[in-house]
Write a protein that binds this ligand. Structure first.
Ligand SMILES: [Cu+2]
Length: 284
């Protein structure tokens, strides 16, 4: 599991915490324009997280929390990159993918966010550490860690002290509640203006199942397959790898998302049937 250093500038995002009211005035303005929907203009938070693997085909669970989200037209979703090195991409023909969203909606994608030099311990030393290798690696997480020089001849090894020093490591996975504390340097906002069902993926982790669904308004009829993995088109037109499992999970049926409001990762059938490692203790 990746460890994320603490102590860098945390002021980029002011209190990424709550799901509401990051901009009261705008929210009120929109609410007045749409008085029939009291929630309109709300800001919802979705976190990128990493947890223990619930499927032997992946090294870890990479997921959005919640994985299913119901919002009203005009609402904003703030993606908070608690675990670094993720992005948010709409399944859209502009990206060479089959459209998994309402027609007429522009493609959107975020950059890969949350990365900092100490995101991957040992990454900034010479020569570059291999994943999982001594001095770097994914097990890491040990604060005083990588002072052992990974390089052979003790020569070109810039001491990783600075990197190591920053690792008062805290693994954010599963910490679904405290978006306002800990290493949360980045976030990204999307406003959903068109009703319908939207499927989103994380480019680096789509094959591991990192995908989610946003249902905007009451429009739960999707113009694409949401239930039967067998009926999905073959990649690259459709979702790839375990994202096909995620996006056809019964818990993510659009009607269920609207009914529940939010569907946490841990309530996906695929996760529960995997023997229920508690990947998402925070699952509201
Ligand atoms: Cu990801």
């Amino acid at each position: 599991m990746k460890a994320v250093g603490v102590g860098a500038a945390l002021t980029v995002v002011g209190g990424a915490g709550g799901a509401a009211a990051s901009d009261d005035s705008a929210g009120n303005r929109i609410a007045q324009m749409n008085q029939e929907t009291a929630e309109t203009g709300s800001v919802y938070t979705v976190q990128t997280l990493i947890g223990p693997p619930t499927n032997p085909e992946r090294p870890a669970d990479f997921f959005y929390q919640p994985t299913g989200l119901s919002v009203d037209v005009g609402d904003v979703v703030q993606f908070v990159f608690v675990a670094p090195d993720h992005n948010v991409v709409h399944y859209h023909p502009a990206f060479g993918m089959r459209r998994r969203g309402p027609t007429g909606v522009s493609a959107f994608s975020s950059p890969l966010l949350g990365w900092r030099p100490d995101s991957i311990p040992g990454d900034q030393v010479e020569p570059p550490a291999e994943p999982g290798a001594e001095g770097g690696g994914e097990e890491g997480g040990n604060g005083d860690g990588p002072t052992a020089t990974p390089g052979g001849d003790g020569e070109a090894t810039a001491t990783p002290a600075e990197n190591g020093a920053a690792t008062g490591t805290e693994t954010p996975a599963g910490d679904g509640e405290s978006a306002g504390e800990g290493p949360v340097p980045d976030s990204w906002l999307v406003a959903f203006e068109t009703p319908g069902v939207y499927d989103l993926l994380c480019s680096p982790h789509e094959t591991f199942g990192m995908a989610m669904r946003v249902v905007v308004g009451e429009e739960t009829d999707a113009a694409f397959e949401t239930e039967d993995p067998e009926a999905l088109p073959e990649p690259r037109a459709g979702p790839v790898g375990l994202a096909r499992v995620t996006l056809t999970d019964p818990a993510l049926q659009p009607e269920n998302i609207v009914e529940q409001g939010q569907v946490p990762w841990g309530s996906l059938e695929a996760i529960q049937s995997a023997g229920g490692s508690t990947a998402t203790p925070s699952g509201e």
